[in-house]
Design a protein around this ligand. Structure first.
Ligand code: NAD
Length: 297
């Protein structure tokens, strides 16, 4: 089955996800505010749309992968918003990590127009996006998830139904709170070991086979040169930005305030990433938090 897909937001994640849909034989109409991001997709065979509305018009499926809640609400809602350009019955997959309330608000506005929408944030990083092995964490109606499944399977390996609209975002926020805490903790431990004379690669190999093992030590080591493919070995370029991690930890804070939950480690991680961002590192990969701990010279 070959479909026409309107894909909006072609950044670190959206770009490779869109390429996988193209490779699977779908026709893609793409839009991003950054011309180079669009060019990378047109070089791969997609057609460039003049606007988000043009990408969505006549599509069988609309996918968006944007930075944060304000971009998603700004794109879909209000007069001239994207929902006005999407035909009734067209499935919408909103893959950005945003506030659960924003996801619910946009899904409700879509439903009022007869447009089925899923919140489908992802986990797995840019490597998972390129390899088509992302985990999709979906909120919305089961029947819509079944319609989306063939497309999700092209971009991902694990597909979970977390619950009703917004539930995908809640699960994703919980996951990323662990990720932020874990990355900061891994950086802290590696810096401690190296300051005490250990080789970072040797220490990382030991942790990766011991009880301190985690996603950072297995796939995304924050110490430069330990893992050839990790952003740390490429001046912390690409990957998952510090400011995006800060946004996600802020979403965790908001979620905790709604229900008076206690999240001291999440808060501490949010403060560490806020400090790191304030020092001018917002656009670097989030594993650069290591530089807060690493001794100079
Ligand atoms: P990114 O900043 O690289 O890409 C976002 C893209 O959206 C940019 O190219 C930007 O120009 C575009 N954009 C913004 N507003 C737009 C608009 N109105 N119309 C068209 N394009 C618009 O971000 P990313 O790393 O690709 O992350 C996207 C989302 O995925 C975020 O919510 C992030 O939290 C989440 N996420 C990222 C990773 C990762 O490893 N990078 C992993 C999991 C989830």
């Amino acid at each position: 089955m070959s479909s026409t897909i309107g894909f909006i937001g072609l950044g670190h994640m959206g770009g490779p996800m869109a390429k996988n849909l193209l490779k699977a034989g779908h026709r893609l109409k793409v839009f991003d505010l950054v011309p180079e991001a669009v060019r990378s997709l047109t070089d791969a065979g997609a057609s460039a749309a003049e606007s988000a509305a043009a990408a969505a018009t006549g599509a069988d499926l609309v996918v968006t992968m944007l930075p944060a809640s304000r971009h998603v609400e700004g794109l879909y809602l209000g007069k001239g918003g994207l929902l006005e350009s999407i035909a009734k019955g067209t499935l919408v997959l909103e893959c950005s990590t945003i506030a659960p309330e924003s996801a619910r608000k946009v899904a409700k506005a879509a439903a009022e127009r007869g447009i089925p929408m899923l919140d489908a944030p992802v986990s797995g990083g840019t490597g998972g996006a390129a390899a088509g092995t992302l985990t999709f964490i979906v909120g919305g109606e089961s029947r819509d998830l079944e319609s989306a499944r063939p497309y999700l399977e092209v971009m991902g390996k694990n597909i979970f139904h977390a619950g009703a609209a917004g539930a995908g975002q809640v699960a994703k926020i919980c996951n990323n709170m662990i990720l932020g805490i874990q990355m900061a903790g891994t950086a802290e431990a590696l810096a401690l070991g190296v300051a005490n004379g250990l080789d970072p690669k040797t220490l990382s190999d030991i942790i990766a086979k011991s009880s301190g093992r985690n996603w950072a030590t297995e796939l995304y080591n924050p110490w430069p040169g330990v893992m050839e493919n990790a952003p740390a070995s490429h001046d912390y370029a690409g990957g998952f930005g510090v400011d995006l991690m800060l946004k996600d930890l802020g979403l965790a804070t908001e979620a905790s305030m709604h229900v008076k939950a206690t999240t001291p480690l999440g808060e501490l991680a949010r403060n560490l990433f806020a400090l790191h961002s304030a020092q001018g590192n917002g656009k670097l990969d989030f594993s650069s938090i290591l530089t807060l701990y690493r001794k100079k010279g």
